[in-house]
Design a protein around this ligand. Structure first.
Ligand code: ADP
Length: 436
């Protein structure tokens, strides 16, 4: 970045310098040209005022005007006097542009390479009172020639400018980048000096940084929780199988131990399934294959499949609603409905009720699962969607919970672009609503 800024700064300076030089050169040359014509005009007037014919006819020396070429030309283009070339050697000048102009309008000017003397000259011609034309010419350097003459000076000037530019660019680049370097090393510092424009950028980095730290901490917690959750049933399985292996257990014990081993391995399987499901949801974030689903039919089937489970818990479950279509992945929506209804059954009281409804609210579709169960104390309500968070750990484990059900629900809700709300009163019941 610093290299780029330097190149840009030097480039801009060099370009403007070159442009300024060129512009100044053109202006200078125009002023120079104008001045030449003014001088030639003045000289022509001076000669006209003096008795020039005497000098010309008597051949008595030269007309004034050092370094100037003076020609007197008759109306028909014949050169009658020239201070540089013998008039006999000169051809008719009627075709010269300044003469043509002078014959037409009384005076004329032009510049070209002289046919007679070969160098580049500026011409000014004027018709005098006696009808003759006086033409004054001055040999001048071309702009290229002037440039060539000044070339060493221009090169020196450009070199000095390049050096100055480099030093200034170095200084300014350093000054320009200082706050950015400072920011990179002191993300927590709010006093950014001269760049308040960097604040939003910095805030974004800070938020991202905090998010990264948070997700790293969550992953760490999750790994620790998973290890702990896996360890408990595995320890039981290992302990009971060791007792059976030692041969000290009676037939009754063996049956009891086998039951415990079966219970714990089922628990392990459920846990592993939930963990796999969560990581699958993490991996397919927003990329599930969506289709148009009839939420009413889907929920009805799910509720029916849970009837037996509800009976086992001494709970009644009912369902009502209307045909509602939503866009989503069948597997995900089934899982969502199942988890919510399963919780409503497991965290219920004997003779409790679960009511499941599907309906429309304006353009949106709502799935509501309410129960008359144990409810969730207010202080826990915020956290129940966290992974492995349980209000009553022993009840959760006893009923086959893993602490991951609502975490999976939350994940699915976010993937379906839906919203979830919880309304619960401790001891009275819970209502969870998902708005699609
Ligand atoms: P679990 O597998 O333990 O049920 P969840 O993630 O499904 O885990 O739920 C987290 C916790 O939220 C549960 O342990 C329970 O304490 C509480 N909970 C969830 N649903 C209900 C409900 N309908 N009524 C009362 N408590 C609930």
């Amino acid at each position: 970045m610093s290299k780029r800024i330097k190149i840009i700064l030097v480039g801009i300076t060099e370009f403007t310098t070159a442009f300024a030089l060129l512009f100044a050169g053109i202006i200078f040359y125009q002023v120079y040209e104008k001045q030449i014509y003014e001088d030639l005009k003045l000289m022509a007037s001076l000669i006209e005022e003096m008795n020039y014919l005497e000098v010309v006819e008597n051949n008595s020396g030269n007309l004034p005007g050092k370094n100037l070429r003076i020609s007197i030309i008759s109306e028909d283009g014949v050169v009658i006097y020239d201070n540089h070339v013998l008039k006999e050697q000169m051809d008719n000048h009627k075709d010269r542009e300044e003469i043509i102009e002078t014959i037409a309008v009384g005076e004329g000017s032009g510049h070209r390479k002289s046919k007679t003397i070969g160098s580049r000259s500026y011409y000014y011609a004027k018709k005098m009172e006696d009808g003759n034309i006086i033409r004054i010419a001055k040999e001048v350097s071309t702009i290229g020639h002037i440039f060539y003459q000044f070339c060493p000076l221009i090169i020196c000037l450009v070199l000095i400018l390049v050096i100055i530019c480099l030093v200034v660019a170095q200084y300014f680049t350093k000054k320009l980048l200082e706050p950015i370097n400072h920011m990179a090393n002191h993300l927590e510092d709010n006093h950014l000096g001269i760049y308040p424009e960097l604040l939003p950028f910095m805030n974004r980095i800070r938020t991202q940084h905090a998010d990264i730290l948070k997700s790293a901490r969550m992953r760490q917690d999750f790994t620790a929780n998973v290890s702990h959750e896996l360890k408990t049933p595995l320890t039981s399985i290992s302990g009971y199988s060791e007792l059976i292996e030692s041969g000290m257990a009676t037939d009754d014990d063996i049956q009891h131990f086998a039951k415990e081993i079966h219970k714990n391995s089922t628990r392990l399987l459920t846990l592993i399934n939930d963990i796999i499901r969560l990581s699958e949801l993490d991996a397919t974030d927003g990329q599930g294959s969506f289709e148009l689903l009839n939420l009413y039919e889907l929920t009805k089937t799910c509720v029916e499949s849970l009837q037996l489970n509800a009976e086992k818990h001494g709970v009644t479950i009912d369902f009502m609603g209307e045909d509602c279509k939503i866009n989503g992945s069948r597997e995900m929506v089934e899982e969502l409905v199942y988890n919510l209804c399963d919780n409503a059954i497991r965290y219920n009281k004997v003779n409790g009720e679960v009511h499941v409804t599907v309906g429309k609210k304006g353009k949106r579709v709502i799935l509501a699962v309410s129960d008359t169960g144990i409810g969730i104390p207010r202080e826990h309500q915020e956290r129940i969607f966290e992974r492995f968070y349980r209000v009553d750990k022993s009840r959760s484990k006893r009923t086959g919970g893993t602490g991951l059900g609502l975490a999976i629900v939350k994940h699915i809700v976010s993937q379906l672009d839906a919203e979830i709300s919880l309304d619960s009163e401790f001891g009275k019941g819970t209502k969870i609503e998902v708005t699609f």
